[in-house]
Design a protein around this ligand. Structure first.
Ligand SMILES: Nc1ncnc2c1ncn2[C@@H]1O[C@H](COP(=O)(O)OP(=O)(O)OP(=O)(O)O)[C@@H](O)[C@H]1O
Length: 767
């Protein structure tokens, strides 16, 4: 039996409002104290130390500010009479007595995990529903045999689901369900795949897991979390969840933005995605780098008017010496140059020696003649020959050799020849040269059939290029001689300092706890300067503590390789469904993950569905088309509507009219249309309803949005109109794309089809 109280149930008979007021007073005090400390530190005058400490306290303030809405949402009553309150942050009294437990603290776990059959020492679980700082409802769940249902905080959950969508995914620490909590608190090691039907809260669980790991795992807290999503629109949609949970140590990226300095914005063709995404490209890039090292032919170098021949064998020896260092190309280049210049100096000196020998031979002949002459005139004294210059027997001292090598390199023709043999390369240059030249592609081992997909297209880099650029960067290394420039030098200095400070924070865990009157893990975490994270993430050598990959079926094997480089510990949370991902056509997670994670991955399946069952039922045949085992999730809500309409005339006009009706019915409306139609629908809808957004930079917070199926991945709105499903199905990835499009509505789905409805949709009632 659940006991539900709403506003007006007496004048705070439970005393919860008074308690909540006390918690907010304490929150205000801690905020004021933190602000005062921050201001005091900032007043100490400029300096790196001051900046870092100030930034750490700013992070702390962000976290406290984020706790303002719904500061406390739960209460646990133990069978032993102990009472604990659960909320967004941990708070203690000035005497360090716990007042409020952070929802992520281990002691808060029973709030999510206790069941009537396994009450975990609890007598009762209480949900506090609040608006601003006021309690608007209290739901009690007695725990014990025969009590309660399956859902946690059922009333609060239904309230959350009944609320209109905002164009942003929400944080839900108050209503996380038990199966989600198991994901959230799962061991951080290895790859955890979170799967489930559409709308089962997999993204929600993955992001709350990230917040939990940032809080509980010191290494992850220090190194931050990278969240990778399929599109900018998706990142925009989910980007607020972690900050709203008080976590700023997060970097959001699409694969196209994961290589610093490059934005892979051009849309790649399916063939390009397939070829560039294949793991074989790792070997291709490695061969492309090796092919830029040395020459298998003799090379002529002109110096000082003389032509010297660097033999292929000598070049090969210098290449071997440089490769033996195991350094990346641009760093091993120094060794190659040293070797090749030594060889060249030897050639130059040897040529000089031979010249001298010739001269000496000539001189000997002269002297012999002179001797003969003297023999004829024995009374004359021999002339004194003064010794001049250095010992020119072909061996140079270290100093002279260095001097010669400098002179050689100062000669433009020599410098060019040496550079050609082992050029300094950027990843962009390497790939541009490779893609532009079919012979280079052939030498790098690209099969003839794949070369067209690699030919350099106009329009810059695509997301498919980014993992290749990153692979190249790994093999090339940085340019060691590049002048860092003042901004870069400052950045490096900041990173160095941050690392030093983090190392200290590790040692001083206890002290951090003293300094910040809060839950210990929270205090430790906030001692870390999170603000630098975005900056550090721009350094491609930065490694994250954890990676969340949403809609992971979109990732190519090469992109997985890149992510593993960014997160060598392999601690990842992955959501999606390989069967929904046409691009790389892997049939199972095993196929996707084994090459990268070996056997270090596991699957958690979520079964509760948060979208209206009528919407999911309409989509079921399309879902079954890609996964015959697809089962509808167990709905936590009822109702919803789904209809279809045949449109034989003006399709765009019909869409605008239907969208108008949906807007009038309330909530946010999404029109999902084939790429070909989306621009005209976007323009027509914007003309009729100025609150419409469409195009590549679509703003999901607007009342009406027009999306392609690609853009709609992972998003959600109150009402969806799917336009021309037959055209969507014509694509090889059609059933998967249609499945995505049909399941984006929380409440209402309408389908507008020119001509007959595709067979997969005939069961949907006509309107
Ligand atoms: N425990 C919860 N309490 C309240 N709302 C929840 C909870 N879990 C999920 N939701 C809501 O359910 C909806 C679907 O969640 P989410 O987007 O995480 O699912 P998904 O599995 O990633 O969906 P899809 O893969 O189909 O895009 C969202 O509106 C989310 O806020």
């Amino acid at each position: 039996m659940r006991d539900q109280r709403g506003p007006g149930a007496g004048d705070d008979p439970t005393g919860e409002q008074e308690h909540l007021d006390g918690l907010y007073r304490r929150l205000d005090e801690v905020r004021a104290a933190t602000r005062a400390r921050r201001d005091a530190i900032l007043a100490t005058g400029p300096g790196l130390e001051r900046d870092e400490a100030g930034a750490a306290l700013d992070d702390r303030l962000d976290r406290l500010d984020a706790a303002e809405p719904a500061l406390c949402f739960g209460r646990l009553d133990g069978v032993d009479g102990r009472v604990r309150y659960i909320g967004r942050v941990g708070l203690r009294t000035p005497e360090r007595e716990p007042l409020l437990l952070d929802w992520r603290a281990p002691a808060a776990r029973p709030f999510y995990a206790a069941t009537p059959d396994r009450p975990l020492g609890l007598r009762r679980r209480r949900h506090l529903r609040t608006r601003g700082r006021a309690i608007v409802g209290i739901d009690d769940e007695p725990l014990g045999p025969g009590s309660g249902g399956e859902l946690q905080g059922e009333r609060a959950l239904r309230d959350a689901l009944a609320a209109r969508r905002t164009g942003r995914l929400r944080e839900v620490p108050a209503t996380l369900q038990r199966e989600q909590d198991q994901v959230v608190r799962a061991d951080p090691g290895g790859v955890l795949v979170v799967q489930g039907g559409p709308g089962t809260g997999t993204t929600t669980a993955a992001l709350h897991r990230a917040a939990h790991l940032l809080y509980t795992d010191p290494v992850i807290g220090r190194r931050g979390v990278l969240v990778v999503g399929p599109s900018a629109a998706f990142l925009d949609y989910v980007g607020q969840v972690l900050p709203a949970l008080g976590e700023t140590r997060v970097v959001l990226a699409t694969v196209g933005t994961l290589h610093p300095g490059v934005v892979g914005a051009r849309e790649a063709s399916a063939a390009e995605r397939r070829v560039k995404g294949d793991l074989r490209m790792a070997d291709v890039v490695a061969r492309a780098v090796r092919n830029r090292q040395g020459s298998d032919r003799d090379v002529e170098v002109v110096y000082d008017g003389d032509t010297h021949v660097l033999g292929a064998a000598a070049i090969g020896a210098a290449v071997a010496e440089a490769r033996r260092t195991g350094l990346p190309h641009n760093l091993a280049r120094r060794v190659f140059r040293r070797e090749i210049l030594a060889e060249l100096s030897w050639l130059v000196v040897d040529a000089g020696r031979r010249l001298l020998e010739d001269v000496e031979r000539g001189l000997d002949d002269e002297l012999a003649r002179f001797d003969d002459l003297l023999a004829d005139r024995p009374d004359e004294a021999p002339p004194v020959i003064e010794h001049q210059g250095s010992d020119v027997d072909g061996l140079l001292g270290a100093h002279e050799r260095e001097h010669l090598e400098r002179e050689l390199l100062a000669d433009p023709a020599v410098a060019r020849a040496v550079e050609d043999l082992w050029p300094l390369l950027t990843p962009e240059q390497l790939l541009t040269d490779l893609f532009a030249d079919p012979r280079r592609l052939e030498r790098a081992g690209v099969p003839a059939a794949d070369r067209a997909a690699l030919a350099l297209p106009a329009g810059g880099w695509s997301p498919a290029d980014v993992p290749l650029l990153d692979e190249a960067a790994e093999l090339l290394g940085a340019d060691p001689g590049a002048d860092a420039g003042p901004a870069e030098r400052l950045r490096r200095e900041r990173i160095r300092f941050a690392r030093q400070m983090l190392a200290q924070a590790d040692l001083l865990g206890e002290r951090a706890d003293e300094v910040l009157p809060d839950d210990r893990a929270d205090a430790e975490a906030s001692a870390r300067p999170a603000r630098d994270l975005a900056e550090r993430a721009a350094d491609r050598t930065w490694t994250f503590g954890h990676v969340v990959v949403d809609e992971a079926q979109e990732l190519s094997p090469m992109a997985w390789r890149l992510l593993l480089r960014r997160c060598p510990s392999g601690s990842m949370t992955v959501t999606g469904d390989p069967r929904r991902g046409p691009a790389h056509a892997a049939a199972s997670w095993g196929e996707v993950l084994r090459p990268h994670a070996g056997s270090d991955w596991r699957v958690a399946t979520l079964t509760l569905g948060y979208r209206a069952p009528a919407v999911i039922a309409a989509a079921l045949p399309a879902l079954e088309a890609t996964d015959p085992q697809a089962r509808p999730p167990r709905p936590v809500r009822t109702g919803g509507t789904a209809w279809r309409r045949r449109v034989d005339g003006d399709l765009v006009g019909a869409v605008v009219e239907a969208a108008g009706q949906e807007l009038a019915a309330g909530g946010r409306v999404g029109v999902i249309a084939p790429e070909r139609l989306a621009p005209s629908i976007g323009a027509a809808l914007a003309a009729a309803h100025p609150g419409t957004s469409s195009g590549p930079a679509v703003d999901l917070r607007r009342d009406a949005v027009v999306l392609t199926p690609e853009q709609a991945r992972g998003l959600e709105v109150d009402a969806v109109l799917v336009v021309d499903p037959g055209a969507l199905l014509a694509d090889p990835a059609g059933p998967a794309a249609l499945g995505v499009a049909l399941t984006r509505a929380t409440e209402r789905l309408g389908i507008l089809h020119p001509g007959e409805a595709p067979a997969l949709l005939r069961h949907v009632p006509e309107r």
